[in-house]
Structure formats: structure tokens, C-alpha cells
Design a protein. Structure first.
Length: 199
């Protein structure tokens, strides 16, 4: 073999060694630690994909929205969300919804039920509800606000809030006798309340 052929053979051998070296280095880098290196998505900063895989799921709550809304059902809402968010997730109020009977600013809790009363479930708010109670009209337990319930004899702000909270958690009251389940209402108080309430 002439001198020129020897140098060509040496050059090809050197090139092959370089290719093998860098190939082995890349394979070693990808399999370091016994696992494949993470694949980076187009346009993704280095490490962003790994951080996203390790991030815990966002906190939130599941709430049941029922009553006069367009799409009643179970919805996930962000942690600390207000009742208004749950109503919006359920498609917003349906025709005849009595939003005045719902505290849209209240914070939601996991497992809570939000009931939006509809037409036919007599309701009112503020002074109108108070005057109705004063005139002898019965207050609807299913849709009255805490302020309206508070106007009844023997009910203070704390007990009124407990009644509304129980209604929200249990999807309303099927009968007035269910009030026995509310802490602070005994037989005597229940008998007195029945005169001014409807289910």
C-alpha cells in the first residue's frame, strides 16, 4: 500500500473512533441512573417538563350544584372559590332562579351542595322577607335567607346560619321535622317554628 493509502486509512479510522466516542457518550448520558433522559418538548425551557410532572395537582373542591341552574351536577372549583363560581360552572341561573335567596359571596367547601331555588319557592330578601313574616305569611324553609329565618320568634343569627348551612349541605328540607337535625332546635322550639314556616 502506498503512503497516500496509509494516510487515508488512518484518517478513516480516526473519524470512526470519534463517531464511536461521541455515540457512546450520548448513550451513557441518556441512560445514566438506569432511566432515559427526559424528552424536552419544542419551545420548552430545560427543566420545565420535569417540574410540571413533579408538581402536585392544583388544590380545589368538588361541589354539587342543584336547583334552578342550567346544568345541575358535580363540579370542581378552585380552592377558596365563592358560590357564584359554582353557579357559573353549572351554566348560570335558569329561568325563574331566585338568586336573592343564595349567598353568592359565600366561600365553598369540599363536598358542599349549592341549591338555587326557583319560581314557586316563595322567597324574598331583606325588608321584604321581614315584613312578610311580620304580616303572618309563612317563610319558606327551602329558600329563605338567614336574615329572613332570623326574623322568626326564638331564632337568632347563629341558629339561622346553622339552618341555612344544614339546608345547603343536605339539599334542602323535605319536611319541617328535619329541623330536629339542626343543633339547637328541640321539640318545643320546633313546635313554635312550625307556625311560621313552610318546607
Amino acid at each position: 500500500m502506498d503512503e497516500r493509502g496509509k494516510w487515508q486509512l488512518v484518517a478513516w479510522a480516526a473519524l470512526a473512533a470519534v463517531v464511536v466516542f461521541f455515540g457512546a457518550r450520548e448513550v451513557g448520558r441518556r441512560t445514566a441512573g438506569g432511566r432515559a433522559a427526559p424528552v424536552q418538548m419544542a419551545g420548552e425551557r430545560s427543566g420545565a417538563g420535569e417540574a410540571r410532572r413533579r408538581a402536585p395537582p392544583p388544590p380545589g373542591a368538588y361541589v354539587h350544584v342543584a336547583g334552578a341552574v342550567r346544568r345541575p351536577g358535580l363540579y370542581r372549583v378552585p380552592a377558596g372559590a365563592r358560590v357564584a363560581v359554582a353557579v357559573r360552572r353549572a351554566g348560570g341561573p335558569a329561568r325563574g332562579a331566585q338568586l336573592a335567596a343564595v349567598n353568592l359571596a359565600a366561600r365553598l367547601q369540599d363536598g358542599q351542595q349549592v341549591v338555587v331555588p326557583g319560581t314557586g319557592e316563595a322567597t324574598g330578601s331583606g325588608a321584604a322577607g321581614a315584613s312578610a313574616a311580620a304580616e303572618g305569611a309563612k317563610v319558606s324553609l327551602g329558600s329563605a335567607s338567614a336574615e329572613q329565618i332570623e326574623e322568626l320568634d326564638g331564632i337568632g343569627p347563629t341558629l339561622a346560619e346553622k339552618i341555612v348551612e344544614y339546608r345547603t349541605q343536605h339539599g334542602g328540607f323535605r319536611s319541617l321535622d328535619q329541623l330536629r337535625q339542626v343543633d339547637g332546635i328541640g321539640e318545643k322550639r320546633l313546635d313554635a317554628l312550625k307556625k311560621g314556616l313552610t318546607p
